[in-house]
Write a protein that binds this ligand. Structure first.
Ligand code: NAD
Length: 304
């Protein structure tokens, strides 16, 4: 009998991930979102059906979560009582970017009921979620990680087991901290160069064939910053959540992080200063440039 998966959270990432999971034909898929239209959209397109978590959890082999934060994960598992409804031997697969300390505690409580726990957050954004090429970092015991591997393979192209439960979430937050440092650094450099009189697009092309390049300069700046669209599909509020998680790891481990702390502070201030609801994380670059009186998108247009 096929593995039954209850998939909760069909947003920017969850929607394409659920589509790929259904297309791979590796499970019986039941989907749910607080916005029922999203679940019906998936169910109308692929082999999946919409279901209510309270009614479905007891029959699920895997409860897959792709929700905004640990607060929502805790609400679903503890507040809404889904953990109590899961059968012993079933697996909670939290693919959200959650707080490792919360994950460790939830995994402990799950183990008391014989429920296995895997944290398998993802990197690659909406683009890689659509193509099924996410980078997935899986924390948890080897046995449940192997059980969910066919599911992960349907959504990602790189799957690493990172250690015990919570380790995937820790690594994900730290990755996003490094990613944010890359965005902030690139924004400052392009802003200073623009003020010097350089063309932002020329700078970007040169940096991308030189040693200063990073994922932000290679993948994010041209389509989302220099274009002025700021619509990569990853919310600034979600990034700030991840950055706070990463700083907590630094604090808990007694790691001095003066550079990272400055970037997290900048991202938090950019979020506070940005009125658009759901503003994209690439707005951090716009905010950094604006502090110097520079509009990188306008400067790019002026040079073309
Ligand atoms: P999103 O806000 O687009 O989607 C979250 C979905 O969860 C929404 O559809 C929302 O309706 C649903 N939801 C919220 N509370 C719920 C509840 N109680 N019950 C059922 N459904 C609920 O967010 P996203 O961008 O898809 O991100 C999801 C997770 O993945 C986050 O933890 C985020 O940090 C992480 N992530 C996002 C990206 C990205 O590029 N967007 C990349 C990697 C990781």
């Amino acid at each position: 009998m096929a593995m039954r998966v209850l998939f909760i959270g069909l947003g920017v990432m969850g929607l394409p991930m659920a589509r790929n999971l259904a297309a791979a034909g590796v499970c019986d898929l039941v989907v749910h979102d607080v916005d029922p239209a999203r679940a019906h959209e998936v169910a109308a397109e692929v082999t999946a059906r919409a279901g209510e978590p309270a009614a479905e959890a007891g029959q699920a082999d895997v409860l897959l979560l792709m929700v905004p934060s640990s607060d929502v994960v805790e609400q679903l598992l503890l507040g809404d009582g889904l953990l109590e409804r899961l059968r012993p031997g079933s697996v909670v697969l939290d693919m959200s970017s959650s707080r490792p300390a919360s994950t460790v505690e939830l995994a402990r409580r799950a183990a008391e009921r014989g429920v296995r726990y895997v944290d398998a957050p993802v990197s690659g954004g909406q683009a890689k979620a659509i193509t099924g090429e996410l980078s997935i970092m899986a924390g948890g015991d080897a046995d449940p990680v192997e059980r969910v591997r066919p599911l992960l393979s349907a959504m990602g192209s790189t799957i690493h087991r990172t250690g015990p439960a919570g380790s995937g979430h820790a690594l994900k937050a730290l990755n996003n901290l490094l990613s944010a440092i890359g965005i902030a650094g690139a924004a400052e450099v392009l802003t200073a160069g623009t003020k010097f009189g350089l063309d932002p697009k020329v700078m970007l092309d040169v940096i991308n064939s030189s040693t200063g390049r990073n994922q932000a300069t290679q993948v994010k700046f041209e389509p989302y910053v220099l274009s002025g669209t700021f619509d990569s599909g990853f919310a600034l509020s979600l990034m700030v959540k991840d950055l706070r998680t990463a700083l907590q790891i630094a604090d808990d481990t007694g790691t001095p992080t003066p550079v990272a702390r400055t970037v997290v502070d900048a991202a938090a201030r950019a979020l506070q200063a940005t009125p658009e609801p759901g503003a994209d994380h690439t707005v951090l670059a716009r905010w950094i440039a604006a502090n110097a009186g520079v509009d990188l998108a306008a400067a790019t247009r002026e040079h073309t």
